[in-house]
Design a protein around this ligand. Structure first.
Ligand SMILES: NC(=O)c1ccc[n+]([C@@H]2O[C@H](COP(=O)([O-])OP(=O)(O)OC[C@H]3O[C@@H](n4cnc5c(N)ncnc54)[C@H](OP(=O)(O)O)[C@@H]3O)[C@@H](O)[C@H]2O)c1
Length: 327
């Protein structure tokens, strides 16, 4: 089928392109062309999706049959896609758990029972929720919105798992959140999500899906143990009570990626993924994801900056030293 990837040159989009080529599709990507190009064999279409004239001009009569949309970050981008792509037979849209008005802290039950943002701020969650509504309205019954949780795997320039891997590999005493160690967490491997998005678009599946790994697939401590196993470092865990971390100025999620204070974490990681499992979203063993991410990192000299103005995660050395000294 003629498959258009909106995005397609970064992390998730790149893996969507690989999956689509594997499945024999005639693939086009639509990006500004400022941060890389898709692999050979793909029609690299260029333009800014915030410009209403750009997508029709780039398509130039090549109309896709199915779409995977990984790059929608603005209201106007959603409206522009809706104006051009109403004729497709399947549209898989990448949204986020942030589309839910009460997440975080959650918990998130089955998709249909959970309200999404209806406000008009240009924040990430409200924009994703608006985009879902805007595009669904033009492809009713053929629009799937994947409300993704934490996405991990090779090519991840957001670098949350990557930071932990490098830090653990360096060894020595590694600050970990004492109360957060046994907290169940979940993630989806970028390759599992990418292949599944292509399959969902092919089949024209509709509706919302909490697109993440099964609740309780691991704990934060379990993931960090895997990082130590895979990197072979001699890291020694230095558990620091949450109150001490916060008092020292350690910012949850940013300075210690994937760590949330216990009260939020308990519900934020509690996401119902029954529909994702029913629809066949795979969840490969986390050890493989961690090992493949580490293998990919070995070949990366310098990571490009994280997208969408996100800050580079990680615990600054001076803050780490201060926290360890206090302990
Ligand atoms: N990482 C997570 O844990 C997580 C969790 C939940 C949801 N999500 C969502 O998952 C998706 C991840 O997508 P991704 O990994 O493929 O990377 P991304 O960084 O969101 O997408 C960037 C892609 O879109 C293109 N692009 C950016 N702005 C554009 C514009 N104005 N017009 C046309 N193309 C544009 C970029 O190419 P150019 O720069 O060349 O234009 C690039 O190919 C996002 O929608 C994100 O919100 C991520």
């Amino acid at each position: 089928m003629r498959l258009l990837v909106l995005g397609g040159t970064h992390f998730l989009g790149r893996h969507v392109v690989a999956a689509a080529l594997d499945r024999g599709h005639d693939v086009a990507t639509f990006t500004r062309g400022v941060s890389g190009e898709p692999p050979a064999g793909v029609r690299a279409l260029h333009g800014d999706r915030d410009d209403p004239a750009a997508l029709p001009a780039a398509l130039h009569g090549w109309m896709p049959e199915i779409v995977v949309d990984t790059s929608c970050q603005t209201r106007v981008a959603a409206r522009n896609a809706a104006a051009v792509l109403s004729g497709v037979r399947g549209y898989a849209f990448v949204s986020s758990l942030n589309a839910y008005a009460n997440w975080p802290p959650g918990p998130i039950g089955p998709e249909d029972g959970e309200p999404t943002w209806e406000t008009d701020e240009d924040e990430y969650g409200p924009v994703k929720a608006y985009a879902e509504r805007e595009i669904r309205a033009v492809v009713p019954g053929r629009f799937l919105t994947a409300r993704a949780g934490l996405i991990v795997g090779p090519d991840d320039r957001v670098d949350r798992l990557g930071w932990w891997l490098r830090r653990v590999a360096r060894g020595g005493r590694v600050v970990v959140p004492a109360e957060g160690w046994d907290q169940p967490i979940a993630a989806v491997d970028v390759r599992d999500l990418a292949g599944w998005l292509v399959a969902m678009a092919e089949q024209g599946v509709s509706g919302a899906v909490n697109a993440t790994g099964p609740t309780g697939m691991t704990t934060l401590g379990g993931l960090l143990d895997l990082c130590r196993e895979v990197t072979g470092g001699d890291a020694e865990w230095a558990p620091v009570p949450e109150a001490d971390l916060l008092a020292a100025g350690v910012e949850p999620w940013l300075h210690l990626p994937l760590w949330l204070p216990a009260e939020v974490a308990r519900t934020a990681w509690d996401v119902d993924t029954t529909r994702a499992r029913e629809l066949g979203l795979p969840s490969r063993p986390l050890g493989r994801t961690v090992a493949d991410t580490w293998a990919w990192l070995q070949g990366v000299d310098e990571l490009p900056p994280p997208p969408h103005g996100l800050s580079r995660p990680g615990l600054p050395a001076d803050l780490e030293a201060a926290v360890l000294t206090r302990g």
